[in-house]
Each structure stands twice: as structure tokens, then as C-alpha cells.
Design a protein around this ligand. Structure first.
Ligand code: ZN
Length: 453
């Protein structure tokens, strides 16, 4: 189209849009702000939000700009929104592929709003979709356009060796270093945010994928392939995040805690951080010990009926639950707690991630469980909260994850201090999503409607 013909239309549109741009912002007044920047809490501060960003943080007593909607947050605590750095979003194509894999014929129609609402209800304002299908990629666009109310999504393209662990569609396949590089370039061209190298890749291809991703500035979050092979060869510069603690544990059938100091040095030297997924291990152990434990979890009512049916009637973990398997999972759980604590003590970045919707891991609710699991593993409340806020945003170099001027206004207003008791992250009074205030009552109403459906 000829630009000169378009220009008057653009000018007119800008003129018409002008009054909207100066619409009132939001001020959260008199809260105790936990900036999560490393700075001390700010009691009685007021946070000014304009155009979806934090415009100012005013100390107690400072005059508030006029014309903004004001929220009296006396006695409340304001923290950044939470990130689940390891999820699998349910979309139509994902459901179809998964059911075909299990040989089941069940309804696959998914509703994006229903799939992402539980994240918001639990304070999760950002997720990393670590196995994005084209359907999952489209969900991201639906949220970005405002059609669906949901967390910010980063989409990872999974690249595996041949044969891959997952069906093509959920994963891409690379047999050679050249194919690995080509898959990274393709994913970048398609607009993917992250690269996820997977378990069946050969070392040369894995290394080429890391190198190509570095050239294209795409962060890499991966599994450690080559079970039984030398871990040190795979944990190399360019592997930004290891997707699970159990990637280290599962190097052998009997994880050896005496290897943990070596893994710490390895991660330090390569610059890799760790997505803990401790809650995944807790749920797995619970399920294999007692398959009925799942039914006792009320949050299962928020799941897609097909997902719930798979968990309760066709659960692949439960069917594997021999005494040997249970003992194996017990060793993994014990090892992972020690590993995550050792990594945190060494200053290696830890991110909260849950692996929802793996059986037992309920979207949104699982992130709250993950925070509790990190503290149970020996991390301080501050370390756990950092893993869910600043650390993931720092890793993807995004302006989120702290309460600071210029940051995206994804915030949680809590009824209690999470640095005093991590369980207070569950006491959500209100959510701010991209500058938009969503009161607890609205979240509750939407969740009740979802559960009723
Ligand atoms: Zn996963």
C-alpha cells in the first residue's frame, strides 16, 4: 500500500485516539511494597500505574497525582506478579496429540480462557510454555490482543533427536548439527521466545542448537540428554536453564547426593540456572503411593474434563507404581531437595516452575505449592519469592518481576507478608495485570463459573 495514501488515515486515527491515551491510571496507596530488587520493603508507599507500567513509587506522605483511580491498601503487601517458568498449556492440537499417544478417544475442545484463568487466580501473571504447539502459540496471541484475560506467555520450541520422546507437532526433530541449527532458525522466524533442547539429542546436535540460539539471542531451557553419559559435556555455556532438578537426579537410576557439589561447580562454570519443579516430584510421589490422593484435591475441579479423566482413569504414573518405582521416586525427591538447596546456597539462579499439566500438577495452584516446596527444601522466603519474581524476568531480560519504575504493572496485593510466611502469597486481595485492576471478587466469580462448568 502507498504510504502517502495511508498517512492521513494514520494521523486521523492518532487524533481520535488521543483522549483515550490520557485515561486515568491507578494508584495503590499506603501498601507495604516489597520491591524484590534487593532493596528493603517500603512501608506506606504508593505505587502509580500509567499505561500498563509502574510510573512512580512515592514514599509515605508524598502527594498523589490527581485524576487516578485510588486503591487504599493500608495493611496490605504489594509484590510483583508470579512466574511459572515450566508449564504445558492445553490447546486443541496439544490435547489431540496427547490423546492419540495414549490411544484414547475423548473430547479435545479446549477453551483458552478456562485453561489460563487458574493461573491468574493464583497470582501467576507470566508462564513459560515449554512445549508450545501451533495451538499454544495462538493462545499467546489471543491474550496479547486482549481477547482472553491471561498471563504473559513465552513460547518454547522443543527440539528433540530421532526418535523423539513426543510426537512431531509437540516437538521438532534434529538428527544432525545442521538440522539442529535449521530448527532453531525456523523457530526464531516463527516468533518463538525460547529454545528447548530435549532428551534424545546427540551431543553434537545439542551443542549446535545452543550455538545457533546464542547467535539469534534466544534463551535456552533444556533437558540434559544422554542419560548415563557425562553430564559435564551437556551442561555447557549456552544452556541457560535446566528444566528440572530431576535432570540431574535421573542421570543414574540411583541419584548420588555426593555428586551434588560437582553439579554445583558445573552449573557455576557453564552459567546454567535451574527450574526447580519440586512440586512435580511431591505430587508424583503422592500419586504413586496412593492413587486416591489425587481425588482429594479440590482444585481438580478447575481442570479440563478430559485432563481430569486422564489423571484419574488413565494415569501413566499410577500404572507404573511398583514398589521399586516408588522407591526410585523417593530417592529422586530426597536428592532434588538437596540439589536445589545447594544450588541456591551457591547463588545459582533458581526459577519456580511446576510442569503443569503433568498428572497431579494443577495449573496455577501448583505454583503456590512450588513456593512452599522451595521453603520446605531450606530456601528462605526471600529466595523462594525471588525465584518466582525477579529471577525469571532477569533471565529473559524482560522488564517485569520487580516493583520498580518502568516495569510492567503485573502486581499482587496480598493480605499478609510473604517474607514472614510464604503461605501469604495465597492470600490475594487483588491482582494488577498489565495495569488493569482485577479484584479478588471478580477472580472468585470467574473461578466459580469455571468450576461449575
Ligand atoms: Zn515439562
Amino acid at each position: 500500500m502507498n504510504f502517502r495514501l495511508v498517512w492521513p488515515v494514520v494521523m486521523l486515527a492518532l487524533c481520535l485516539k488521543a483522549p483515550v491515551a490520557v485515561a486515568a491510571g491507578l494508584v495503590i496507596e499506603h501498601a507495604t511494597v516489597l520491591p524484590m530488587t534487593g532493596a528493603a520493603p517500603l512501608p506506606g508507599a504508593s505505587v502509580v500505574i500509567e499505561d500498563g507500567r509502574i510510573a512512580a513509587i512515592l514514599p509515605s506522605g508524598k502527594a498523589i497525582p490527581r485524576g487516578h483511580k485510588r486503591i487504599d491498601a493500608r495493611g496490605k503487601f504489594l509484590i510483583p506478579g508470579l512466574t511459572d517458568a515450566h508449564v504445558h498449556l492445553m490447546s486443541d492440537d496439544m490435547a489431540r496429540l496427547y490423546l492419540a499417544m495414549l490411544g484414547l478417544d475423548l473430547p479435545t475442545k479446549t477453551n483458552t480462557q478456562d485453561a489460563v484463568l487458574p493461573y491468574l487466580a493464583n497470582g501467576v501473571t507470566q508462564v513459560f510454555n515449554l512445549q508450545a504447539t501451533p495451538g499454544g502459540f495462538a493462545q499467546k496471541a489471543q491474550i496479547a490482543s486482549g481477547k482472553v484475560l491471561g498471563p504473559t506467555i513465552l513460547s518454547a520450541a522443543m527440539i528433540d533427536g530421532d526418535p523423539p520422546n513426543w510426537p512431531v507437532g509437540m516437538t521438532r526433530v534434529a538428527r544432525t548439527p545442521e538440522e539442529g541449527r535449521a530448527q532453531v532458525r525456523k523457530a526464531a522466524a516463527e516468533g518463538y521466545d525460547l529454545i528447548k533442547p530435549y532428551s534424545q539429542l546427540k551431543l553434537e546436535t545439542f551443542t549446535a542448537i545452543l550455538d545457533e540460539a546464542r547467535k539469534l539471542n534466544l534463551p535456552v531451557v533444556g533437558h540434559i540428554p544422554g542419560r548415563g553419559q557425562d553430564t559435564a559435556k551437556f551442561v555447557q555455556p549456552g544452556l541457560g536453564m535446566v528444566a528440572h532438578a530431576e535432570e540431574f537426579a535421573q542421570r543414574t537410576s540411583s541419584p548420588d547426593p555426593s555428586l551434588i557439589p560437582r553439579y554445583v561447580l558445573l552449573a557455576k562454570a557453564s552459567g546454567a540456572g535451574l527450574i526447580a519443579t519440586l512440586t512435580l516430584d511431591d505430587r508424583l510421589l503422592e500419586m504413586v503411593r496412593d492413587p486416591n490422593s489425587l481425588k482429594a484435591r479440590p482444585e481438580l475441579a478447575t481442570l479440563h474434563p478430559t485432563v481430569r479423566k486422564i489423571w484419574l482413569e488413565h494415569n501413566p504414573y499410577v500404572s507404573r507404581a511398583t514398589p521399586d518405582y516408588i522407591a526410585f521416586i523417593e530417592r529422586i525427591v530426597a536428592f532434588n531437595k538437596l540439589l536445589v538447596k545447594a544450588f541456591a546456597d551457591a547463588g545459582i539462579p533458581i526459577l519456580t516452575g511446576t510442569d503443569a499439566v503433568v498428572p497431579g500438577v494443577v495449573p496455577g495452584f501448583s505454583l503456590q505449592d512450588e513456593l512452599a516446596a522451595l521453603v520446605a527444601a531450606g530456601l528462605s522466603n526471600d529466595q523462594a519469592l525471588t525465584a518466582a519474581t525477579r529471577a525469571p524476568c532477569e533471565w529473559i531480560k524482560s522488564n517485569c518481576g520487580t516493583v520498580a519504575v518502568g516495569m510492567r504493572a503485573d502486581l499482587l496485593l496480598l493480605d499478609g507478608d510473604p517474607l514472614a510466611d510464604i503461605a501469604n502469597t495465597r492470600r490475594i486481595h487483588a491482582l494488577v495485570l498489565g495495569g488493569r485492576l482485577i479484584e479478588k471478587a471478580e477472580l472468585d466469580r470467574r473461578m466459580a463459573a469455571l468450576t461449575a462448568r
